[in-house]
Design a protein around this ligand. Sequence first.
Ligand code: SER
Length: 602
Amino acid sequence: MLTAKEIIDIYVSFFEKREHARILNSPLVPENDPTTLFTSSGMQPLIPYLLGEAHPQGKKLVNVQNCFRAQDIDEIGDNRHTTFFRMLGNWSLGDYFKQEQLPWFFEFLTKELGLPKEKLYLTIFTGSEGVPKDNESYEIWKSLGITKSHVFFYDVHKNWWSRSGTPEQMPINEIGGPDSEVFYEFTNVEHDKKFGEKCHPNCDCGRFLEIGNSVFIQYKKNSAGQLEELPQKNVDFGGGLERLLAAVENQNDIFQTNLFAPIIKSIEKATEKNYQNCKKEMRIIADHFVASAFIISNNIKPSNKEQGYILRRLIRRAFDNFHKLGGKDISPVLEKVVEQYKETDPDLPEKFEEIKNTISEEGQRYKQTLKIAKQFIAKRYPSTGSGQVTGDEIMGITEISPDDAFLLYTTHGLSPTQIKSLGYIFNEQDFAKKMKTHQDLSRKGAVKKFAGGLADHSEKTIMGHTATHLLHQAIRDLLGNNVHQAGSNITSERIRFDFNYDRNLTDMELSKIEKIVNEKIRENLPVHFEIMPLKKAKEIGAIGLFDDKYAEKVKVYFIGDYSKELCGGPHVDFTGKLKRFTILKHDNIGKGYRRIYANIGD
Ligand code: SER
């Protein structure tokens, strides 16, 4: 039986044989990039290249990317969703297109993995928003011997892919396109009419499992809100490794594949319960501890902010379910998690102690939080005995207001289920409304978050990016080469730049930096990039964190002969476009780091 590692090896070598260069797995928590919380698909680190920047390793790429999708936390518990997963990916950056991609993936599935063609179903974009029906994919699938009854057409809700969803949901400058998905049919699973009269690939009953998605990234939302063709036609393929494993094993429950089954067994042992009777709980425990282990191994600690908050939610939810089943000691479960993943992620065992301690400490803190939350509610709703009845207490159950319930959610991180398990009831519809507003707001924030430190790819943001390189060099001119960028965030309104320095800069120093950058703007220096071996980039003194996240070949951006920096781009072609650079603010952000806010333009 194939293991996850074997599937990875087969996939990568299949595409290497077809002239794809293997790119490194980007960190799960993007480094040096405050604009995105987690890497959630293989294409995320490749956005500049899908937009037309040259990639140092060429136009055909392959990799396996560790991904985490926080939006799936609430879906965990069914047979196929996981928050952490590995995405097999191959890309054409304006090179091959449908005619190569679909037959290759088909060959990979049927010849390399041995999946029977009869079990494969295809979905294709039916056309809308001025984008035509994808007849080309249909013809290709037909020519591969797929029968008509195995092909389904869907609209933008199912066969369109962008990081933010349908064309309507795409913000300006977002890229996306129609896609063609492959599903595997588990013929042993009976259709459940609860999910609709007739079963079909996108039905949620569990008979079908999506195992791969070829996205034809061809469009960008322009500033008029319309889809505009990109200068190049790209392929962005992503296939969930855990799901491919399920298909290979003809096992419709991901949590029973050879990757997860030993983890589930360890949970059965620790809780003395049977998986068949507590599937949902055990799936949550397994998924959340796996995801937590990976997030912790990326140096994140539980907190109330950003990645730390997500980690906190995962650990607490895992504990809720673990304790509900009567589990006490989580160590054997965590040991199993590390064992199951060490073949593909060899640094996990080294971090075992840290993973275990972080999870246990958070478990303790959680207990404390529950205590405080109870005290808070007890104060707000003194019991009947006190003579001031503000909440109805019926046999140990207290009805609290949706506002207070929501406060427990936002300040103590307690989910509705956790709040209810403390013996509180509240108007759940009102709570859900509040939650929706809250989520819409965070979603808006999330859409803005963009890999590469840029909030979008508008012209102003690209100018800001070039200004950041000038700023970086100017800071080093003045403060020395030990000073380097520690993060950046660029929007069309302003540049935010963090760097290490042990004291605040004086006004004089700030105005000197400003002056240098403006000089370089006035000199109207040309900007260009060169792709070169990492060794050469070091030799010529390019700025960059030369750690192992860089592949052998790197891209170096030159601004005249003033600045040389490892960077994916994009940048303006001449610095004159920036017009003027102004420092707006300087802050001490703690731990030896400083921050500069600046803007550009007339
Ligand atoms: N980007 C697409 C996805 O995440 C395919 O890689 O599904």
